[in-house]
Design a protein. Structure first.
Length: 269
């Protein structure tokens, strides 16, 4: 039987049988999956299960928000906070991770603090950031920054320390300096981990959005969900969850596309 093969964690070849399904484009399978999920949602909504509004009710909640101008304002406010916190978190995480991975002394000093702070949930920082930064936009961004930094720095660091020692030794044998080894070997080898770290940080940033918008927010998708929760407005809550998921999904796909263009030259295992 002809077929492709994948590799499991232990390096064992696992045959993947060729079939009509495996030849269907991924985007078609994505649409089928979404269609099935929506159909199930209609069925569950028709059954009147408590806590699950019908798709029509959720859609109507979105239309109402758009007509009032709240949807666009909330989307822009949340997108701005997530994007700024994500960018700042990743910009700090990348040099921190490379320094930790490349210099043993820096690793011994910094890594314990990173591991310690990783156990602190971002929501626990709300009282601290309010005291330090007030109740404006800064504390909201800082909470997302903390989540993005902590979730990406370890992934990137692992990519640095896992760089193939054979490549490093070969470069040294050929006369490369430490700077050349770092820039020409370590950095390119760690780039896939950088993208993985950014994608993880993206998910963490959107996941922390609601917590960040607990800080005296007046607009935002998370803020709107909190207000809807007070009035038991389930359709609005579901609609904003869908909006957050769709925006996050679109941003993740853009990152994947960027990864393919920037490091598509690397050999895939």
């Amino acid at each position: 039987m002809s077929g492709r093969s994948n590799t499991d964690g232990g390096g064992t070849e696992i045959p993947e049988a060729e079939s009509g399904v495996t030849r269907i484009p991924s985007w078609v399978l994505n649409l089928i999956s979404a269609g099935v999920a929506i159909a199930l949602w209609f069925v569950i909504g028709a059954l009147g299960i408590r806590g699950i509004p019908s798709p029509f009710e959720v859609l109507q909640a979105g239309i109402n928000a758009a007509q009032k101008g709240l949807l666009w304002t909330d989307m822009l406010a949340s997108f701005r906070r997530v994007t700024l916190g994500l960018i700042l978190g990743v910009l700090v995480a990348i040099p921190t991770a490379f320094i930790m991975g490349w210099y043993r002394v820096a690793r011994a000093i910094v890594e314990p603090w990173i591991q310690f702070l990783r156990t602190v949930p971002p929501i626990a920082l709300i009282p601290l950031v309010i005291v330090l930064f007030g109740i404006g936009e800064t504390p909201k961004v800082m909470i997302i920054f903390f989540a993005a930094f902590m979730t990406s720095v370890i992934s990137i660091y692992q990519g640095v320390v896992d760089t193939d020692r054979t490549l490093i030794n070969a470069a040294r044998v050929l006369g490369a300096t430490d700077r050349q080894v770092f820039l020409k070997v370590v950095v390119p080898a760690a780039m896939p981990f950088v993208f993985v770290g950014v994608r993880i940080a993206l998910a963490a940033s959107w996941g922390t959005l609601i917590a960040s918008e607990l800080v005296a927010a007046q607009e935002g998708l998370g803020y709107r969900m909190q207000i809807a929760g007070i009035y038991f407005d389930l359709p609005t809550i579901y609609f904003n969850i869908l909006v957050i998921g769709l925006i996050g999904y679109a941003m993740d796909r853009l990152l994947q596309a960027s990864e393919g263009r920037l490091i598509g030259w690397q050999e895939r295992k």
